[in-house]
Design a protein. Structure first.
Ligand SMILES: [Zn+2]
Length: 272
């Protein structure tokens, strides 16, 4: 079964301290939750790409088990996209259905990555926006940069969250390929932390080449601190990955979450 916003709403009822950081285009609340001790210096978010909603299930599993230094979790940044993948165009605002069907070229949205108006949220951030190797400039199931940086309510929501807490470490969960991507151009990419996180996740790591406008790119370029993108799941799996894999993937994320919190704390103290 695929993981949807309906599943998230049910699962989040078990947590205290859940708060909204904004709304999606179709009016769904985007939720965050701080778990652990002290002030959160680390952020982990998931579900920015529609067809990768298994990462949302992974993060909820991680939240259930997490103990230690505080981490802020955002389990589903693109609820409209996740619902399109799970339920098709009927899940969308009726004013957008015709447009979405035309952009998608049919009723099967299982490989959709974008948000509710066909913007790929992970190329909508303000870091050399529009200069990415795979960027496209018109609405599409993936890689459309949007009309401007932070044109989408979902990217604005996580930008506002970052500016409120000023996290110094972050990780974005994606699928798939079992690899940890780091780095942004000539910025400080904290390679020693990359190696520690990669080891904790038992993943190889690689510099992301030709990326721009992503969350990680924006986080690093803005000088907030350390950021990596984790691509969960063996490459032999096909999109969209079933939520039944969440428990297995979350073991990987759980270990790295505490380490990310420690890295965040270390960088926070350095910045004082
Ligand atoms: Zn992705």
């Amino acid at each position: 079964m695929l993981y949807g916003y309906d599943d998230l709403l049910r699962d989040l009822e078990k947590f205290g301290g859940v708060f909204s950081i904004g709304k999606s285009l179709f009016g769904r609340e985007i939720f965050a939750c701080v778990i652990g001790d002290g002030e959160p210096r680390a952020l982990i978010h998931a579900g920015i790409h529609a067809r990768e909603s298994v990462t949302s299930a992974v993060l909820v599993e991680t939240m259930k088990a997490y103990k230690g230094r505080a981490v802020c979790f955002v389990p589903m940044l693109n609820p409209d996209g996740a619902m399109l993948v799970k339920y098709g165009v009927e899940s969308a605002d009726e004013n957008y259905r015709e447009f979405l069907l035309a952009v998608n070229g049919g009723k099967n949205f299982s490989l959709w990555k974008a948000d509710g108006r066909a913007v790929d949220l992970n190329v909508n951030f303000n870091a050399d926006w529009g200069e990415g190797g795979q960027n496209v400039r018109q609405p599409a199931p993936e890689n459309y940069i949007g009309p401007a940086p932070f044109s989408e309510s979902e990217t604005i929501a996580i930008k506002n969250l970052q500016e409120r807490y000023m996290f110094t470490a972050s990780m974005s969960l994606h699928t798939k390929g079992n690899i940890l991507y780091y780095g942004y151009k000539n910025c400080n990419n904290y390679i020693k932390y990359v190696k520690i996180i990669a080891a904790s996740m038992k993943m190889p790591y690689a510099e992301s080449a030709g990326s721009a406008g992503g969350f990680k790119d924006w986080f690093i370029k803005s000088g907030f601190g350390f950021s990596v993108t984790a691509e969960l799941g063996n490459d032999r799996l096909s999109h969209p990955i079933d939520a039944s894999h969440a428990a297995e993937f979350s073991k990987t994320v759980l270990k790295s979450a505490g380490i990310l919190a420690d890295i965040g704390e270390e960088l926070w103290k350095k910045n004082l």
